[in-house]
Write a new protein. Structure first.
Length: 262
């Protein structure tokens, strides 16, 4: 080696070489920069809030799943319930179309006065059916409840009335008593009264309405039929093309209410 040359290290650069223990690779320097993590106070608060929010959502989802009334229902039962909801929606749509058609007739009829009188007479008949002052007939079902043990309570019969009304029943008769808007059930099992009139088992419901809607409404899971069977009673539903509801209520004039058109 010439005396005028500077010594070089093994990398070919001049100067003394650093000790091997002090030389860091790129990966080591990256790891040293990431750990330990430097978390600011704002980042810590955001992380805590996100954790609490996620925990709340998880609890809510779990609660909703546990409280589902139909969680254990069979597939065919769920399909039947969905069909019932579709039928009710269709009935509302049909009623809307009927009212729209009446409005159109009033607007376009050449003799609007005669058309109005015609509709008034039809409306009078409809109100008479609802009030129970006139007889009615049409398709529907007959619901027969046999109660040999006297365990059927009045509120169970009232539940049957409400289910039938919700399914579109237009006229109902229980044994020889016409059911109207203010009908009430009282008494106890084996001694049931409808509007103060005692009715004995078997309880026979004559119902006018669409049979395809009325029968499934009584047979839904947890519905009227299953409830009665738990009480050792039997409920039989029969469809018919013609049901006659001929039990009548006396026309009652209200004491205070008067028509606002007078």
């Amino acid at each position: 080696m010439n005396g005028g040359e500077n010594p070089r290290n093994e990398n070919g650069t001049g100067g003394p070489s650093e000790p091997e223990s002090q030389q860091l690779t790129g990966r080591q320097r990256l790891a040293a920069g990431l750990w330990p993590p430097r978390v600011t106070r704002a980042q810590l608060i955001v992380a805590v809030l996100l954790f609490v929010l996620g925990l709340g959502l998880a609890i809510q989802v779990t609660s909703n799943n546990d409280d589902s009334a139909l969680r254990g229902a069979r597939q065919e039962d769920l399909v039947r319930i969905l069909d019932e909801l579709d039928n009710r929606t269709q009935r509302l749509e049909d009623e809307k179309q009927r009212l729209d058609a009446q409005r159109t007739e009033l607007e376009t009829s050449s003799d609007q006065a005669e058309e109005a009188r015609k509709q008034t007479r039809e409306k009078e008949q409809q109100l008479g059916i609802l009030a129970g002052t006139v007889a009615a007939q049409g398709p529907g079902i007959t619901l027969t409840i046999d109660d040999p043990s006297g365990t059927v309570e009045p509120d169970m019969l009232l539940d049957a009335i409400q289910e039938l009304r919700a399914a579109g029943a237009e006229a109902i008769q229980v044994n020889d008593v016409r059911v109207v808007a203010d009908t009430y059930f009282s008494g106890t099992g084996g001694d049931v009264q409808v509007d103060g009139n005692r009715v004995a088992a078997p309880y026979v419901f004559k119902v006018i309405g669409k049979p395809q809607d009325l029968e499934p409404a009584l047979n839904i899971p947890g519905g009227v039929v299953q409830t009665l069977e738990k009480e050792q009673a039997t409920a039989t539903v029969a469809r018919a093309e013609k049901i006659i509801v001929d039990a009548l209520r006396p026309a009652k004039r209200p004491d205070y209410a008067r028509s606002s058109s007078q």
